[in-house]
Write a protein that binds this ligand. Structure first.
Ligand code: NAD
Ligand code: MG
Length: 400
């Protein structure tokens, strides 16, 4: 039986990588649904290639897309808006959902897939940062399997014992001997640059990642190292580890994708050339292995693998993530929301790259501790932090 797949965010960078792995294995996978947001021509091409039964687009684009489908002689069922995404993620004829929408826009559909008990291949880290506890609870209730696509989390998953992969509580069993998780970070575009260089960075400089071609938002997050901060929180929820047991190490070559340290002095690492098709192929086939189409790692061409501690002053966003994780889920939600607002302001040329950390810190300083229980609590905190961040953005625009 072929695995039936829906890809949420099919027109993005993760969507591209997922579809290229899937296209190599037509005997194993069938694309049942695709979603897109602004690139309708690209979505149409994907429909022509993969012939999905369902396609989901924003509500105001339905008429136009209907025309495009008609002209191309295609008969996909069109779903629309946030409700359409939720429906696509939970359809009976879908086994696996690739959650690859960027930012909080992906929360509802990712949660919908988890509630429906799907196998969820999770790239949309912001959804987990916002609703990690709820997502894990719902997965336990529905039997959904959450498989990380983020290369670091996928690497850690691969370095854990099989029974821990299948039951995350077992990570704390002393017999497993798991001491710490090590997240590797490339250090991003400004690793060897000064704070002043970051302050004066253009948008083009900030979105140019040295090792990974990715969407704009995650590329800016990599420049500020907020990406590693979000991944720290993501790892905490995915693996049930506290902030004290997750370390970040800069490894500029991005060959080791992350590591697990054991009490006997062993370290297990997952290596490979930096290409998202590897973690995607791993998660698609898990627990089997399939070809990903990624070039072979040539050990003899590697001259150096280096490691250094992160500069927590230059990359203040990473410090803020440590602090938010210590404070609790309310602060993680606020940090994520504020970061989405400030990154969008940077990409709109309103603020400087270094203002992102300052705005995020100002928002965290403004919010009070709260217990987060329900989705409503999450959304209320998200809204509050967005309002505050928008206010600070306006001040920064005036200052610059
Ligand atoms: P991208 O910008 O290339 O693609 C984003 C996708 O989300 C697109 O398909 C777009 O249509 C869709 N989208 C955007 N806004 C939307 C909205 N409001 N409603 C519905 N759909 C919307 O981003 P990406 O680089 O593919 O990243 C996607 C997610 O995967 C992010 O959470 C990112 O952090 C994570 N991730 C990406 C990579 C990578 O290599 N690109 C690696 C690890 C994790
Ligand atoms: Mg990553």
């Amino acid at each position: 039986m072929k695995k039936r797949i829906a890809i949420l965010g099919a027109t993005g960078s993760i969507g591209d990588s997922a579809l290229s792995v899937i296209a190599k294995h037509p005997d194993r996978y069938q694309v049942v649904g695709l979603s897109g947001f602004s690139r309708l021509e690209k979505l149409l091409k994907l429909c022509q290639t993969f012939l999905p039964k369902y396609v989901c687009i924003p509500s105001d684009k339905v008429d136009r897309f209907q025309d495009l489908l008609h002209q191309a002689n295609l008969t996909c069922e069109i779903l629309s808006g946030s409700q359409g995404l939720d429906a696509l993620a939970s359809l009976d004829d879908v086994d696996m959902v690739v959650a690859s929408i960027v930012g909080s826009a992906g929360l509802s559909s990712t949660l919908s897939a988890v509630k429906a008990g799907k196998t969820v291949l999770l790239a949309n880290k912001e959804a987990l940062v916002m609703a990690g506890e709820l997502m894990i609870q719902e997965a336990v209730r529905s039997g959904a399997v959450l498989l990380p696509l983020d290369s670091e989390h996928n690497a850690i998953f691969q370095c854990l014992p099989t029974d821990v992969q299948q039951n995350r509580q077992a990570i704390h069993d002393p017999k497993k001997g798991i001491k710490q998780l090590w997240l590797t970070a490339s250090g991003g575009a400004f690793l060897d640059k000064s704070y002043q260089d970051m302050q004066n960075a253009s948008i083009a400089q900030a979105v140019k990642h040295p090792n990974w071609p990715m969407g704009q938002k995650i590329s800016v997050d990599s420049s500020t190292m907020m990406n590693k901060g979000l991944e720290l929180i993501e790892a905490g929820y995915l693996f049930g580890m506290s902030v004290d047991n997750i370390k970040v190490v800069i490894h500029p070559q991005s060959i080791i994708h992350s590591m697990v340290e054991y009490v006997d002095g062993s370290w297990l690492a997952q290596l490979g050339i930096p290409n998202m098709q590897t973690p995607i192929a791993h998660a698609l086939a898990y627990p089997e292995r399939i070809e990903s189409g990624v070039a072979k790692l040539d050990l003899f061409s590697l001259s150096n693998l280096t490691f250094l501690p992160p500069d927590l002053q230059k990359f203040h966003c990473l410090t803020l993530a440590y602090q938010a994780m210590q404070a609790g889920s309310y602060a993680c939600i606020a940090l994520n929301a504020s970061n989405e607002v400030s990154v969008a302001a940077f990409l709109a040329n309103k603020i400087r790259l270094t203002d992102i950390a300052d705005i995020n810190e100002a928002v965290l300083n403004k919010i009070n501790q709260q217990t987060i229980g329900s989705l409503d609590d999450i959304l209320a905190m998200d809204q509050l932090a967005r309002q505050l961040a928008n206010g600070f953005v306006a001040n920064f625009v005036k200052k610059n």
